[in-house]
Design a protein around this ligand. Sequence first.
Ligand code: HEM
Length: 377
Amino acid sequence: MNWELRLQLAAHPLAYPLVRGLGRIAPVVRVPRVGVLVSDAGIAKRVLNDPAHFTKTGPGSPADLWTPVVGPTVLLNMEGSAHAELRRKLSGLFTPRSVADLCARVTDEPVKRLRDDLAAGPVDLVPVVRRLVGAVICELVGLAPGEAVAAHAAGTAITSMIRLGRPSLTPAQVRHGRQALGTLTRPAARAYAEGDPATVPGRMRELGLTEEEALGAVAAFVLTGTETLVSYLPRLIALLHDTGWLNRVARDRVRTDDVIAEALRVTVPSPVMLRSVAADTEVGGVRVRAGDRVVIATVSAARALGDFDPDRPHPPDVRQLWFGAGPHFCLGMPLAHAEIRAVLTAVLDATPLSVVDRKAARKVLLPCYERLVVRRG
Ligand code: HEM
């Protein structure tokens, strides 16, 4: 069994085979207690680009899950003009210049340490990536980089409560989630109040965000920007290693973007997107009513193209689907790419390199390695 399948089964032993199996039977199918399952890339993009009929704020939507924990203004639980306005204000944080500055401040040091460690002996890439993405989140919320592991743990504490068959959180989970998030939003609130533009919350104030919007953005970054990369980056390295592409792309660096995109298609770090039907309509020929839950199985839609092959181009329907589509398209994509490139470049520079030990993480929301140890040679 290949390692990608092992990771999926370790995370979701029942749901993964069920979702993939249903996707092979029909592009759209109604599943009791889960919702209307969409497994086709073209239909998925049409749903994501039709916010008049499919929203993130109705019953069974992400808002049902997140709003009690993170409050009402977190982008991923907003729609319409308020959502567009908040995105516009935040876009200044993700310009190529802002992302390059942020990475220079935050990722240079952990990447240098990774290079030194790779030169010295075996390295488990999972804690390396956790520290790096945790450090980025620390910078975004105004925490010291030394708090990176705690920041990452707070994000995991929240995402680990989510399950596909559970449309909302219990009161105890909401309390637990708020407590975890507080460790990140408290320093952000302080940084916002001080208004120092060297900190991200201070910059948000400069960009015209209210305190509520700034803290909501911080929560959105924690929820979307940590686990996805902890899932993806070790899987990218493992896939390249297992398919013989690691040494090949190390010699031929112009293929770097191709292997990053193809590994995103195969791993789909954010495997499912949820929407609520706002007005009666149809999805791929299946009638849906207001209040129905639509579950977009991005993992099925993207994986249908086949196994890892960076030489095969992505058709337009599939292109970038792992970052979403339409008004909620991933705001952090430029930052995600910068973090991915920083780690991948250090690993490529250390080739030839072998995976010497690995273990799949069990019962996690996003499939990932618990351990991926690589060594030069
Ligand atoms: C490989 C890494 C990542 C993947 C695969 C990913 C994927 C996604 C997807 C699929 C969505 C849309 C969800 C939907 O429409 O339901 C999304 C939204 C979002 N992502 Fe990412 N993401 C990644 C990294 C990041 C990073 C590093 C950040 C920033 C720190 C970030 C910030 C956001 C935000 C703020 C949204 C919400 C946008 C909105 O609702 O308007 N993401 N991401």
